[in-house]
Structure formats: structure tokens, C-alpha cells
Design a protein around this ligand. Structure first.
Ligand code: SF4
Length: 347
């Protein structure tokens, strides 16, 4: 069976034809990743009749990603994960503080805000784990469910959490997405373009580092952070998150919040689920860096190190660490600080 069985119409013989197919191999050759890997798999299947990634000879696994294909073949053949030592050396070159950062964005076909193009991704949320020195982690985050253009608040909150001047690496997973969002924000907010360019210049993409150094057969040919995390930290799973488990789920939750304007209880529920999801993404990056660096797993920051920067101007606890005091410049946000934490807060 194939594409012709359902396109343009469903064929009535599908159930019979499926019974005639030989069972798929346990390690199908289509596990080879990305468009180049899929093209190679098609060539090898059609030209050589290979159905399994175990079948090609080493010299047949060709292309720019030949080393990756060979590592995948070794891992599937041996039924074990392979971690190259090279990543450790690469990571050791980065200093501190280190930032682990992720955006969530919405791309509406009919823009809701002035200056936004159709399908332009506008970040409405970010999460950032911050490692000031090895093993000392804190967290900052931003989420705007007001339904207004979140761009300016997003930039303001970033400038509070990520010191523009400390030069620390900003780790992301699949940098084109974060780079694209920062560039578009700079286009629409040219008065912040210099700040955003400084962040762009500090982006470090973890995805190619993982691809070049690690593979576990349980990843089934995918280097998505959602596939990598469970194999390096089996207590952390995206499918155990409630309602928001991936980027599309985050977009749906955001749309429910801004278009449906549900009751406060449901809004708080969506707010919490979005935060947990995005926080998991950046914590996954921390776990990945520690794993690639062959370090013991890090301890998550305690909950009271987490500050929500929803909008307005709010200095986070991270700034208190950085500046030696904590200041909140907007009374609205001061009201959100639990009373036990208000001591020592300068306004
Ligand atoms: S006859 Fe079988 S293989 Fe051909 S289109 Fe129908 S289901 Fe697909």
C-alpha cells in the first residue's frame, strides 16, 4: 500500500492489501533523519531492496550526515545508546552564566496586532533557566495572556532576565526558530534591535551538538527534544504533562485564553499548564547539556526562585542576585509578590 491508496480517494481494498504486505522491520531504514536521510532511505530501498537500517554497508551510508547514519546503525545494531566524547569538550568552552531559553509563539493567518504579517510567529511566552555558576540554577519566565500584542513586554522581560552585557551563551534547541523570532521582534521594534541582536549573537544551538554526538535507538530517528529528554532522564516525560504537551498544544491553549476569555479558574489553569510546558523545554536543555558533558544530573531550582514576569516592568529575583537588591518598578507586579517575599524589595 502507499499514497495511491488514499489519494485522491480511499481505495476499498486497503484492508486486503495490507494483509499482503510483509511486516515492517524492527529498525526500518526510514529512521534515517531529515530530508537527506529520507531521500537516502528511498534510494536504498528502491535500488537495493533494503528495508532495515541494519542492512546497508558502511560505504552506502553517504552524504553530509554519513557519520550520524553510521552511529545510528551501530546503536540499532548493538541495541544501545552511543555518546561521543566530543560534546564534552565543546561544552567546556562555554563560560557562565549560561542561559537555557525557549520561545512559544503564535502564528495567526489574520494578524491580530498592527505591524504583524500573516503567519508571523509572535512570541507570547518564554522560559529561561539560568546557570550563574556550575550547578547553581534559577528560573525566569514570561507569559502574556492579555490578548494584547505581547512583543514589547516580551522584550522588556527578556532584558530583565538575560543580562545584555554579561556575554553568557544562550542555549536553545533548534536555533532558527529563536533567531527568527528575535529578528522579527527587532524588525517590529527597531528601538530594541541592538539589544535583540546581542541576544542573537549569543545563541548556541544544542540540536546539532546532540546530532553529532548522541543517539539512542529509543529516539527512533528523531532528535526532537521531546524524544531526547525521556531517554536521558526517564522521570521527565512530555506525555505526563497535562493538556499542553507540545508546541501546537501551547498555541491552542493560548488561543483559548485570548479568544474564549474563560473564567478566572480556567485562565489560571491554562496559565499554569503553559508555564509547566515551557519550563520543561528549558529544563530539558539543562539536562541535555549535563548529559552531553557527562556530569551528574543537575538539581532543579527551588520553586521560590521562579518569578513570573507577565508584563510591565518587574525585576526578578535573578536581578536581586545580580544587583544585590530586588526592585519592582510596577505596583501591579509588586502586588503579585507573595508577602513573605516582599521583605527587602526596593520600590
Ligand atoms: S488496490 Fe491495494 S495497493 Fe492498490 S490502491 Fe487499492 S489498496 Fe492501494
Amino acid at each position: 500500500t502507499g499514497k495511491q491508496c488514499s489519494d485522491p480517494y480511499d481505495c476499498p481494498f486497503v484492508s486486503f492489501c495490507k494483509t499482503q504486505e510483509s511486516p515492517e522491520p524492527q529498525h526500518p531504514i526510514e529512521l534515517l533523519p531529515d530530508s537527506a536521510g529520507k531521500a537516502l532511505a528511498r534510494t536504498l530501498r528502491e535500488g537495493k531492496g533494503y528495508t532495515s537500517i541494519l542492512e546497508p554497508a558502511p560505504e552506502e551510508l553517504v552524504g553530509k550526515a554519513a557519520a550520524l547514519y553510521a552511529r545510528m546503525q551501530d546503536a540499532h545494531r548493538g541495541g544501545r545508546a552511543i555518546l561521543e566524547p566530543g560534546a564534552r569538550e565543546v561544552l567546556r568552552r562555554f563560560g557562565y552564566p549560561r542561559y537555557y531559553f525557549d520561545f512559544e509563539g503564535i502564528d495567526l493567518p489574520v494578524p491580530r496586532w498592527i505591524g504583524v504579517r500573516p503567519y508571523e510567529h509572535v512570541p507570547f511566552q518564554w522560559s529561561c533557566h539560568i546557570e550563574r555558576e556550575p550547578g547553581v540554577l534559577a528560573h525566569a519566565e514570561f507569559l502574556d495572556l492579555s490578548g494584547e500584542d505581547p512583543s514589547l513586554r516580551c522584550i522588556d522581560a527578556m532584558s530583565l532576565a538575560i543580562d545584555p552585557d554579561d556575554g553568557g551563551p544562550i542555549f536553545v534547541y533548534h536555533a532558527p526558530y529563536e533567531r527568527g523570532r528575535l529578528e522579527q521582534l527587532a524588525d517590529r521594534r527597531p528601538d530594541h534591535a541592538e539589544l535583540l541582536q546581542r541576544y542573537i549573537d549569543r545563541l548556541v544551538d544544542l540540536l546539532p551538538l546532540v546530532k553529532e554526538n548522541f543517539y539512542d535507538p529509543r529516539m527512533r530517528g528523531s532528535f526532537s527534544i521531546k524524544k531526547v529528554l525521556p531517554v536521558i532522564a526517564d522521570d521527565l516525560r512530555y506525555d505526563e504533562l497535562d493538556e499542553v504537551q507540545e508546541g501546537t498544544g501551547a498555541q491552542v491553549a493560548y488561543l483559548k485564553a485570548i479568544f474564549d476569555r474563560p473564567d478566572p479558574g480556567r485562565m489560571a489553569d491554562l496559565d499554569r499548564k503553559l508555564r509547566l510546558y515551557c519550563r520543561q523545554d528549558t529544563w530539558a536543555m539543562v539536562e541535555i547539556v549535563y548529559f552531553l558533558g557527562q556530569c551528574a544530573r543537575p538539581a532543579r531550582p527551588v520553586e521560590d526562585e521562579v518569578r513570573h514576569i507577565r508584563g510591565g516592568r518587574a525585576w526578578s529575583s535573578l536581578d536581586r542576585v545580580r544587583r544585590g537588591s530586588m526592585a519592582i518598578a510596577d505596583d501591579r507586579w509588586f502586588e503579585q509578590v507573595p508577602p513573605p517575599l516582599r521583605r527587602g524589595v526596593a520600590r
